[in-house]
Design a protein around this ligand. Sequence first.
Ligand code: NOJ
Ligand code: CA
Length: 535
Amino acid sequence: MASKAWWAGAAIYQVYVRSFADGNGDGIGDLTGLRSRLPYLARLGVDAVWVTPWYPSPMADGGYDVADYRAIDPVFGTLAEAEKLIEEAHSVGIRVIIDVVPNHCSTEHAWFRAALAAGPGSPERARFVFRDGIGDGEQPPNGWESIFGGPAWTRVHDGQWYLHLFDPGQPDFDWHNPDVRAEFEDVLRFWLDRGVDGIRIDSAAVLIKDFGLAHPECYTDRDGIHEIYRGWRRVADAYPGDRALIGELWLPDHERFAAYLRPDELHTAFNFQFLSSAWDAAALRSCVDATLAAHAPVDANATWVLSNHDVTRHVTRYGRDDTTFAFGGKLFGAPTDLALGTRRARAAALLAMALPGGVYVYQGEELGLPEVETEIPNHLRQDPFYRRSGYTDPGRDGCRVPIPWAGTAPPFGFSPPDAAADPWLPQPPSWAAYTAAAEDGDPESMLTLYRTALRIRRSHPALGAGGIRWRPERAERAPAGSDAELAFDRDPGFACVANLSTRPIDLPPHEEVILASIPLEDGRLPVDAVVWLKT
Ligand code: NOJ
Ligand code: CA
């Protein structure tokens, strides 16, 4: 029986801090803004917030280039304010998860500066991946490409090259080096001492590099990585309360993925296959089955993720002909039916919240925000993905546009009324219809659906951690020849039915309708809708 620790069935809200709420009017979200919105999050009904990196950073990659793991960037606030945030969140029943970035730091990190100063062969350089070039030294050590595009190596003043799987501003650590291991265990303690309840581990599968292999096998999911997380688990286990270690693992193989969740490693990880899957009954069902099957032997809980700060928002994805997501294959600007996408997003939310395990909510998905695509002028795009792909990939700015809180014109309450600067990315004027204030109290809004569903999910004994039983009659009741209904039971007395077919379907026998993603039609479940039933 998988764990009943707080995170096992939690609803976790992701805050991309630059874009959540701006307290001081400089156009950038900050901790003052986040603290002022804790009542909103408490009312939404989430169990925890995950705050993306808040550390001092030159912001080459939105803060995933960390200059100091034990401080807060002045643009966001101070360490004292972060401590206050943790305390205030706890006082309204919300746990706090922070983001730790172990694969790489910033070129402004003290260790990297020391490595540059100390020169080739020094112990300072050995904490990173410095190599000599090939040929006359003018060529990078090998042909590896950065995940953001372009070469994964940059040359320094004395001729050596350093590895960066991401931006040149993000030098990779050498995780074979004991200094690096000790340092990160200490960073974990620094934050656990301050009361954080969980650590989201950035790029968790790429820490160990194997130079004998072809790209990208060379750095993805090398066996040696598990020893690192066993060490982290020992650190977390030494603290009172349940402190969760949560891996960002983009791994196609379910068994390899689940190996990170063995009882002496991480507690949970993001399920990106669910997010990448098409809005298609067979695809979703096989994702659910594979997910649950992989988690069972390691006795871990699954998670269900629809969006985050790296991917196209799902209202937009689901409004397209191709509803899948893949990096490098973004369907930027493709024809999108937002009404259809929104309807499916409502259904997907109820499906995700009914499945066993934890669920993630990315800020703004509870408002039904679409991806902002062509409405961001190219010269304002900030994501390094855009530049490094040679301007072929639009990057991830479109899901990072500042949240609309209230009012009829930008900044929609994101910044205070007397703000000195505009939001760091422009908000489309059409977002007047998506503000939290506009949706508050509207029975048909996405916000009302999320609040209602999260409230039910929290109190219903069948929801959160546990198991499911697919309904066998599913295939027969769906329209002839199709297998477009997903229906499962959970104990006690709960059923979830999703209609991904092309016609309304009859509901199975039930005592009452708990919640439907859109109104039923003559007692039948419309297309692209999900219903929760008391059975
Ligand atoms: C994954 C993060 O989610 C993404 O935003 C970041 O660019 C990379 N890791 C590199 O840190
Ligand atoms: Ca600010």
